[in-house]
Design a protein around this ligand. Structure first.
Ligand code: PEP
Ligand code: MN
Length: 339
């Protein structure tokens, strides 16, 4: 249910409503609007009628059901787009397109610092790099783990770029949150509900990737798991889905971008690197994603892709990344955005 407060309702009325929601066994989520606040009351759907009684409380305009199964993520709760703050200088969901770039895996100090400097010089606003890697094979490189996190923090110190890195299990989530500005949930963990709940309790924005075989509605339900724990700062990432096509690693579902934009207030980004699996296709799909309305991009960049520990074939060399950023500015401008 959504409790819509009257425009200009007093804080004490709002607090009283929150108290009552809790008393009835629901979780309140206050969403500040431009003219009025609304409070999402989420919990067991069977008790809807009892929530209806809140309508008679002071300062309350109306109590309306949220019809969509994804409640806090839906536009029913919040029509205006969510702008998520990542650092003092970087927010996502506004007019600026946010580019997160860097290697698939952090491999060593020189590699991550060199890449961080290069992507920053080209105009990226966030550094990506995996320290805990969710690999399909147990025999593949699993990441430098805490050492990798320390190297990312060092790269942030040198370049000023905030960092995004993956969290692979609830046990190491607090550790990753100590170092990282954004917590990435990978495609393979997109329905790991224990992990989603855990990051929902942490105070860091979450970059949630779409699972390989997830419908858009299932994707939003995963976002709902994070949000219903209290963390509203969720960034959705389309990274390609499994189809019958084998010419590309995945099929980047570009139409998911405008579809999600219609369904949710959350920012949506695209990852053409994992979406295609081949560096030749990364630039055209990155440009297309921005034209389709993406709020940002995640792009793998490596100084020496031939020797990369993971995902070399889909990684751009810094020069190619720089050339992409130049074209991206033109496409962004044509859809009234900046980079
Ligand atoms: C990654 O970003 O390096 C990654 C493993 O991505 P995905 O979860 O989309 O496969
Ligand atoms: Mn990768």
């Amino acid at each position: 249910m959504i409790i819509v407060m009257k425009a200009g309702a007093a804080k004490k009325d709002r607090d009283e409503v929150i108290r009552r929601i809790k008393e009835l066994g629901y979780k309140p989520h206050v969403i500040h609007g431009t003219t009025r606040d609304v409070i999402g009351a989420v919990g067991d759907e069977r008790g809807k009628l009892v929530l209806q009684s809140i309508e008679s409380m002071h300062g309350v305009e109306s109590v309306v059901p949220i019809l969509k199964p994804y409640k806090l993520a839906s536009k029913e709760v919040k029509v205006e787009p969510s702008v998520i703050r990542i650092s003092d200088a970087v927010s996502i969901g506004g007019t600026e397109i946010i580019v997160m770039a860097g290697p698939c895996s952090v491999e060593g100090e020189e590699q991550i610092i060199e890449t961080a400097k290069a992507v920053k010089a080209a105009g990226a606003q966030v550094l990506r790099g995996g320290a805990f890697k969710p690999r399909t094979s147990p025999y593949s490189f699993q990441g430098l783990e805490e050492e990798g996190l320390k190297l990312l923090a060092k790269a942030r110190e040198i370049t000023g770029l905030p960092i995004v890195t993956e969290v692979v299990n609830p046990e190491t989530a607090d550790l990753v949150a100590e170092y990282s500005d954004i917590l990435q949930i990978g495609a393979r963990n997109a329905q790991n509900f224990a992990l989603l709940k855990k990051v929902g309790q942490l105070k860091r924005p979450v970059l949630l990737k779409r699972g390989m075989s997830m419908t858009i509605q299932e994707f939003l339900m995963s976002a709902e798991y994070v949000m219903s724990e209290g963390n509203q700062a969720v960034i959705l990432c389309e990274r390609g889905i499994r189809t019958f096509e084998t010419a590309t690693r995945n099929t980047l579902d570009l139409s998911a971008i405008p579809v999600l934009k219609q369904m949710t207030h959350l920012p949506v980004i695209a990852d053409p690197s994992h979406g295609t699996g081949n560096y030749h296709y990364v630039a055209p799909m990155a440009l297309a994603a921005v034209a389709a309305g993406a709020d940002g991009l995640m792009i793998e960049v490596h100084p020496d892709p031939e020797r990369a520990s993971s995902d070399g074939p889909q990684s751009l060399k810094p020069k190619k990344f720089e050339a992409l950023m130049v074209k991206l500015r033109l496409v962004a401008e044509s859809v009234d955005r900046t980079v």
